[in-house]
Design a protein around this ligand. Structure first.
Ligand code: ZN
Length: 258
């Protein structure tokens, strides 16, 4: 075994991928053909209210952090979050993945839905190469809507942030409405093919998937080693702080303007 493989076995580090935001949307954009825009028409699938009830954590906890925060209309600091009033669409590219990747994604998103009150929709399997700078809007591939979340395995040659001991990266991409309020609208989860090589890491890939999907929803790392959002693999399931953070991220505002 090469020396760097030993390092990976000792410390499998989860990455977070916080994508730069794209520009401000405006209703008039709906009048411009999708192919001529860098945003979809606003409010696709947005309902008048949240699709599922907000979640009150079973165990109060404070061991969580958000990738980004902003001020709401009352001046309170709130996390940048997904709209709870539209579904989060997810596609899976199974290239190079274990046969149960799509099943594991459905299971993990169901866990996060239950913890957050957000709604996920499985858009099925696709063939879409990993792109470290994946655009938020891919109308030729997915039509006039924000690109669905992409989950797939890839490697450091394609996604450089997977280099070294990092075994997965994931995160949302946000946009602002005309009032400057930000919302997550798409994102990616890229799992490192190193996870599939026996002896290369002691971390099981479904745990990395859960961790990266929690980044996707908006959770950041915590130093608390008992939480799944600790950046080094220690636990394999969501703990009280993770669950409290997911519940908070499920209480964002509706987003008819993006
Ligand atoms: Zn991470």
């Amino acid at each position: 075994m090469l020396p760097w493989l030993v390092v990976l076995t000792v410390a499998a580090v989860y990455g977070s991928r916080w994508l730069p935001a794209v520009g401000v949307d405006a209703p008039w954009l709906a009048l411009v053909p999708a192919a001529a825009r860098d945003h979809p028409r606003p409010g696709v699938e947005e309902a008048d209210g949240r699709l599922a009830p907000a979640v009150i954590p079973a165990t109060p906890a404070t061991s969580y952090a958000f990738l980004a925060t902003q001020q709401d209309s009352t001046g309170a600091t709130v996390p940048v979050a997904w709209s709870p009033c539209r579904p989060i669409h997810v596609v899976v590219d199974p290239t190079g993945a274990p046969a149960d990747l799509a099943d594991q994604v459905r299971a993990a998103t169901a866990e996060i839905a239950a913890a957050s009150g957000l709604t996920f929709v499985d858009d099925g399997l696709v063939v879409e190469p990993a792109d470290p700078d994946r655009p938020a809007f891919l109308p030729d591939r997915y039509g006039d809507r924000w690109a669905p979340v992409l989950v797939r395995f890839t490697d450091a040659a394609t996604v450089p942030s997977l280099a070294g001991t990092v075994v997965g990266v994931g995160g949302p991409q946000s946009v602002a409405d005309s009032r400057g309020r930000r919302y997550h609208v798409t994102g990616v989860v890229y799992l490192d093919t190193d996870l599939l090589q026996p002896g290369l890491t002691t971390t099981d890939w479904p745990s990395v998937l859960r961790h990266e999907l929690a980044h996707l929803v908006g959770l950041d790392h915590v130093e608390d080693p008992t939480q799944l959002m600790n950046p080094v693999a220690t636990v394999s399931t969501f703990a009280a702080g993770d669950l409290a953070g997911l519940a908070a991220l499920g209480q964002g505002a509706c987003a008819p303007g993006v």
